[in-house]
Write a protein that binds this ligand. Structure first.
Ligand SMILES: Cc1ncc(COP(=O)(O)O)c(C=O)c1O
Length: 401
């Protein structure tokens, strides 16, 4: 046995990855992957952009680029973010290799082994793995339908033996919970963390994928109104819109934090793919992004509504969920004694797959929820797949009698 580092010994493969060989069999209806829809990627637009590139720009796309990002993309992205009200002129923007790298950089910047990170329960599995890889101590706070339980946040802040370094949040169209923080909760949250010297990571990977105007207003980033006595590090991504294959995300932080981020990124990968940065820049600067996003919202909303109908039709009364107002996910809650891993095995046998709840619990225990991603579904499979999952849940419920 090799003498692996302590931090690597903490890492575990997720249940769904272990099941992947079974899941890959043909005909399986998969609600598992938290990924955008293959048929919605802007393939034609990117084809046209590439063919139309100036030969000099084309060559530079194959080359290394500056660590902070391809300069024209930094400018066009700034414009895109400025329109959302983000403070791009008083903060610095860093292009990252996916927003997961942004979370990785920030954790490296602030966390030593044993340091406390506060996060939602449930939370994004990628971030949980990053925090584990730095040997952070994770303290989770239950996520309610309008944001984290602020009573518990207050308690943790006053009772924990050491001050938490980071508070990691996904306020919009949450992965996996599908919820969006209310405006009141955002305000109160910021007042609770004011002057506490905690870094708030605002992970906004799904920001553009709102389903109606109310959701658009609700999902305004907290970073837009960052109070003087709070530090918010804002992260975003092209993954859920242009595609994860671009491997492009970003980080918007104050100058002091940025200086270290740039050094950390230099050591990690020197620069993000210049190739996709060139393409993303053209997509933004040619004004293609807005009409494209508007089409995506319509498509994802339609899948969300179809899933809602299928859930209402097929799920037993004891299964609860919130209707998401953006993003990719439904988060189903079952009674406490239910075990979604057992339901998953039965459901896979019958042809439908999802992700079990404990995957998203930082302690990997709470398992009476399950995540259904409707984003990469063929519309015609939604009802059939939900029916299979509902039948597995009902069968499981009978095992208690
Ligand atoms: C909440 C959240 N943040 C960040 C990411 C990371 O995405 P990427 O690294 O592809 O930008 C994801 C991807 O699933 C996510 O769901």
């Amino acid at each position: 046995m090799y003498a692996f580092s302590k931090s690597v010994m903490e890492l575990r493969s997720s249940e769904i990855r272990d099941l992947m060989s079974t899941v890959a069999k043909s005909g399986m209806i998969s609600f598992a992957g938290g990924m955008p829809n293959n048929d919605l990627f802007p393939v034609r637009e990117i084809d046209a952009i590439y063919n139309d590139l100036d030969p000099g720009v084309k060559k530079s796309a194959f080359q290394y680029g500056p660590t902070p990002g391809y300069p024209p993309l930094l400018e066009s992205l700034k414009e895109f973010l400025r329109k959302k009200g983000l403070p791009v002129d008083t903060n610095k923007l860093l292009i990252t290799t996916g927003s997961l790298q942004a979370i990785n950089i920030l954790t490296k910047e602030f966390v030593d082994p044993g340091d406390i990170i506060l996060l939602e329960n449930p939370s994004f599995i990628g971030a949980i793995s990053v925090f584990k890889s730095y040997m952070a101590r994770m303290e989770s706070i239950p996520l309610l339908s309008d944001g984290i339980d602020l009573g518990i946040l207050r308690k943790k802040l006053s009772h924990l033996p050491e001050k938490p370094k980071i508070l990691y949040l996904i306020p919009n169209f949450h992965n996996p919970a599908g919820v969006t923080y209310s405006l009141e909760k955002r305000k109160e949250l910021l007042s609770i963390v004011a002057n506490k010297n905690i870094i708030v990571i605002e992970d906004d990977a799904y920001n553009d994928l709102y389903f109606d105007e109310d959701a658009k207003i609700m999902s305004i980033p907290m970073k837009n109104n960052e109070p003087k006595n709070v530090t918010i590090c804002y992260t975003g991504s092209f993954s859920k819109i242009l595609g994860p294959g671009f491997r492009l995300g970003w980080l918007l932080v104050n100058e002091e934090i940025y200086a270290k981020c740039e050094l950390i990124k230099q050591a990690m990968d020197a620069c993000s793919p210049n190739f996709t940065q060139v393409l993303a820049n053209e997509f933004l600067s040619r004004g293609l992004i807005e009409p494209y996003l508007s089409g995506l919202r319509t498509e994802y909303k339609e899948r969300m509504e179809m899933t809602q109908n299928a859930l209402q039709k097929n799920m037993p009364d004891f299964v609860k969920w919130n209707k998401p107002n953006g993003g990719f996910y439904y988060w189903l809650e079952m009674p406490q004694n239910f075990n979604s891993s057992e339901i998953l095995l039965d459901s896979i046998n019958n042809g439908a797959v999802f992700v079990s709840g404990k995957t998203f619990d930082p302690a990997n225990i709470k398992n009476n929820n399950l995540r259904i991603a409707f984003s990469n579904m063929n519309k015609e499979d939604i009802d059939k797949g939900i029916k299979i999952i509902a039948e597995s849940i009902i069968k499981h419920s009978r095992s208690f009698h």
